[in-house]
Design a protein around this ligand. Structure first.
Ligand SMILES: Nc1ncnc2c1ncn2[C@@H]1O[C@H](COP(=O)(O)OP(=O)(O)OP(=O)(O)O)[C@@H](O)[C@H]1O
Ligand SMILES: [Mg+2]
Length: 237
């Protein structure tokens, strides 16, 4: 595959005081492609969240370069980076990160209004996204009135309503049971396939790996294995 939408070149990151530095990422290089769901796995502490943070603009690596859609992420100033992330990136986290005082629909609308999308179009896009994740009938509810799986699907609707080229998902399924976890991964996978988006996720759950196109095995800040599934399992059509 020739197109590369996420490219890390020799990135490293260390934590701690000078006399006790811990190298969490060790000159790691990685290219991620569009139209695919790529999942990172590895032991706790292996650097998965640090890697996704460095690739998504949340954490500046000590060395190396990150290119998103051909643009050097860490060469941008903070405003440029925030603007780039708003326009091109969707985020899904373990803890859902929904606003409790807003309904599911309002949560999905929020980033669209930040993007300056006119209200009528934003509403249309939010409703389509909520329908895509199976929540059309529940969009008027507050997060507290939704199940864990429904909250995460709302968070995915919020990400996909932006129609981003890139989606980053750190442990999007770890607060969910097996069935809901598979459903969430399959929705992300479908979005990658149908819209040509690049989706980079992290998971602890080995049962989800067969639902990805590609699996990156991290250990101790390095890529140990990089495998591709020839036939990806879908639990939902
Ligand atoms: N802000 C920080 N300050 C100091 N050390 C940190 C910081 N963030 C992460 N670390 C350390 O870096 C290492 C990698 O952390 P990271 O969160 O990337 O791991 P992970 O693979 O995502 O783990 P998990 O599966 O538990 O989420 C860990 O040893 C962690 O303690
Ligand atoms: Mg983590």
């Amino acid at each position: 595959m020739s197109t590369i939408t996420i490219e890390a070149e020799d990135i490293s990151k260390s934590y701690g005081p000078a006399n006790n530095r811990i190298r969490v990422l060790k000159d790691l290089s990685l290219s991620v492609h569009p139209g695919e769901l790529t999942l990172c796995v590895g032991p706790s502490g292996s650097g998965k969240s640090t890697l996704v943070s460095a690739l998504s603009g949340l954490l500046n690596p000590d060395t190396g370069r990150v290119k998103l859609l051909g643009e050097d992420l860490w060469a941008m100033n903070e405003n440029e980076r925030n603007d780039f992330r708003l326009r091109h990136c969707g985020f899904v986290f373990q803890g859902f990160n929904l606003f409790g005082a807003l309904t599911a629909l309002e949560n999905v609308l929020l980033p669209l209004s930040f993007m300056g999308i006119p209200a009528i179009e934003a509403r249309e896009r939010a409703q389509v996204a909520l329908a895509e994740v199976g929540l059309a009938a529940r969009s008027h509810l507050l997060p507290a009135e939704l199940s864990g799986g429904e909250k995460q699907r709302t968070a995915i609707a919020r990400a996909i309503a932006k129609n981003p080229s890139l989606i980053f998902a750190d442990e999007p399924t770890s607060a969910l049971d097996k069935e809901n976890g598979q459903r969430v991964v399959d929705i992300l996978h479908r979005f990658a396939r149908t819209r040509g988006a690049t989706i980079l996720g992290v998971t602890h759950d080995p049962r989800l790996l067969s639902h990805a196109d590609r699996v990156i095995h991290l250990e101790d800040g390095l890529i140990l294995r990089d495998t591709r599934n020839t036939e990806t399992a879908f639990s939902h059509p």
